[in-house]
Design a protein around this ligand. Structure first.
Ligand code: FEO
Length: 165
């Protein structure tokens, strides 16, 4: 594997694991305040991030590269409101999209064609991840702090099905 691309993919594995950890911290925040639907949604989102990390992890090994796991930052554990928390989910996903774009550009410039094919999946996934987060931010903005509407959204979030293995 191209050494620069390998290094950047290892950094991306760390980013996906940071997202896993961050969303788990958000799930804990929601469940503490008894927004159990949002908590369930975030646990599943967290699992998806773990699967993203594992997808790159397995890819590096399949390419005979070395996986280097890095330290994880402490996640943010407190938010002003549920709506604010989902704003940070959206910001996080927008940052992830920018990271994947940079990674794809590096693979392109390095003529790392196999890596480009692998990263294509992540580019497509980010479109969906951002779309879902953006819709949730809009919903929370619409309902404001109306308790009944917040409970409705919480119920809706709780209906999310687990990610495919
Ligand atoms: Fe791994 Fe939410 O993107």
């Amino acid at each position: 594997m191209n050494a620069d691309v390998l290094r950047a993919i290892n950094v991306q594995i760390n980013s996906e694991l940071r997202a896993w950890y961050q969303y788990l911290a958000m799930a804990a925040f929601c469940e503490r305040d008894k927004f159990t639907g949002a908590g369930r949604w975030l646990k599943q989102q967290s699992l998806e991030e773990y699967q993203h990390a594992l997808k790159l992890f397995d890819f590096v090994l399949a390419r005979n590269g070395t996986v280097e796991l890095l330290a994880l930052e402490q996640p943010v554990r407190e938010f002003k409101t549920l709506g604010d928390m989902f704003k940070s989910v959206l910001e996080h996903e927008e940052r992830t999209t920018a990271q994947i774009n940079d990674l794809f550009e590096l693979a392109f410039k390095s003529k790392a064609f196999v890596e480009m094919t692998e990263l294509q999946w992540f580019l497509t996934e980010q479109v969906e991840e951002e779309k879902i987060a953006r819709e949730l931010v809009a919903k929370f903005r619409l309902v404001g702090d109306d308790p009944g509407a917040l409970l409705d959204i919480d119920r809706e979030l709780g209906a999310r099905t687990p990610p495919a293995a």
